[in-house]
Design a protein around this ligand. Structure first.
Ligand code: DGT
Ligand code: MG
Length: 377
């Protein structure tokens, strides 16, 4: 009979993209604790250490049973001494001193509040904290210049920190799809992000738009956005051109294909209750019978991709973030390839490899196909 340690060691790859990670997490207490620590590390400009904690948490998420002792964990990939110490403390004492003191620290509490504002990243939050701003009220009176995104983030703070349900995601999907098809017949919409992985709630809703005929998707984003705007669905939107040329991942492509790939970060005005409220217009001041406001704000991200890149966009925007990161690491380190949400480039052959489905991309990378529901690393 094999020991528990052996069984586990045989099956755990150090690459999250080689592991099937469902939404069932048998070690949530441990992974919740470990996932607090990256924030601390990253705040101290130690991204490498932050990533190490994320990788450690991802290995625990993958395990088929609750961990009861650290012995079988020794020898598993990605679990360094620091992570093991935190796990050991929790298993032995019910809590980790490091995690608890992090949670209690003023700095961490402030970071959570400020980082919870749409448009505020870790760096900005850190700058504000050092300037003595810790909560929302002081921020509003501080004289800090806020971006348009941050002002919207503050205005809708409570709504945006309320998880989005699957029903709300579907309601937004109906609205977006209707708008897309009305401005471009034949347009296709796919739910991406966490909801595609089967999550029941999300911090936002993500959609990919494309058209089966290459080039027809050009100019689609501004048209969809103005349609949604004229229907009163957008509380905020910022449309950006694809920033692929500046991105970390992969060699630059021609500017013609760059111009076609657009993103829109938005805040939707979604009617409550009867979520499929496609009839909804701008007059959202009324209250529901229970006294709630008749609508709520929901973060929505839209991406438009030419069909030739849509498999890469689909893969790149389905997540999880760690899964994506690990796929790029695998491509680079094991295959000398460069993977992005646009393309796969083979640096030895010096050419782009085409793919029209996620399955093909996994195959080109020499990876077993992992369906979205098992990419929850
Ligand atoms: P959540 O927090 O419930 O919304 O969970 P997710 O997994 O939907 O996370 P989200 O919405 O931040 O990101 C979904 C995926 O899309 C993730 O794998 C990373 C990717 N993604 C998000 N923002 C960008 C971006 O600005 N550029 C690119 N290339 N990818 C992005
Ligand atoms: Mg999302």
């Amino acid at each position: 009979q094999r020991s528990e340690a052996e069984v586990v060691m045989i099956s755990v790859s150090s690459y999250a993209c080689q592991r099937r990670t469902s939404l069932i997490n048998h070690n949530a207490v441990l992974t919740d604790a470990l996932s607090l620590l990256p924030h601390n590390a990253e705040l101290n400009e130690d991204e490498g250490r932050g990533l190490a904690f994320r990788r450690a948490a991802a290995v625990l998420k993958f395990l088929p049973e609750p961990v009861t002792t650290t012995t079988p964990l020794r020898g598993l990939p990605c679990l360094g001494e620091h992570s093991l110490r935190v796990i050991e403390d929790i298993l032995q004492d019910g809590a980790s001193r490091e995690v608890e003191s992090t949670k209690r620290s003023e700095r961490f509490k402030a970071l959570k509040v400020l980082n919870g504002i749409f448009g505020v990243g870790v760096k900005t939050a850190d700058r504000w904290i050092r300037a003595g701003i810790r909560y929302l009220q002081p921020l509003q009176g501080s004289g800090e210049t806020l971006s348009r995104a941050q002002r919207a983030g503050l205005r809708y703070y409570d709504d945006l920190n309320q998880p989005v349900s699957r029903a709300e995601a579907d309601a937004v999907g109906e609205i977006v799809e209707k708008a897309a098809v009305s401005v471009l017949p034949g347009a296709r919409m796919t739910l991406i992000g966490g909801f595609r992985r089967g999550k029941l709630t999300g911090h936002d809703v993500d959609f990919l738009l494309t058209h089966p005929e290459e080039g027809r998707e050009e100019g689609l984003m501004p048209k969809v956005v103005s349609r949604l705007e004229s229907e009163g669905f957008l509380l905020y939107q910022k449309t950006t051109r694809n920033s692929y040329l500046e991105s970390e991942d992969g060699p630059a492509r021609s500017s013609s294909s760059m111009d076609r790939f657009q993103k829109c970060f938005s805040i939707f005005k979604l009617s409550r209750g009867e979520e499929g409220g496609a009839e909804q217009t701008g007059n959202g001041e009324s209250l529901t019978p229970s006294g709630q406001e008749a609508w709520r704000a929901v973060r929505v991200d839209l991406v438009v991709s030419p069909v030739s890149q849509s498999a890469f966009a689909l893969l790149g925007w389905t997540g999880s973030k760690l899964f994506e990161r690990e796929m790029r690491r695998w491509a680079r380190r094991e295959k000398a390839m460069s993977l992005s949400s646009h393309a796969l480039y083979d640096t030895r052959q010096r050419r782009y490899l085409r793919a029209s489905s996620e399955e093909e991309i996994f195959a080109l990378l020499g990876l077993e196909f992992i369906p979205p529901s098992e990419r929850n690393a």
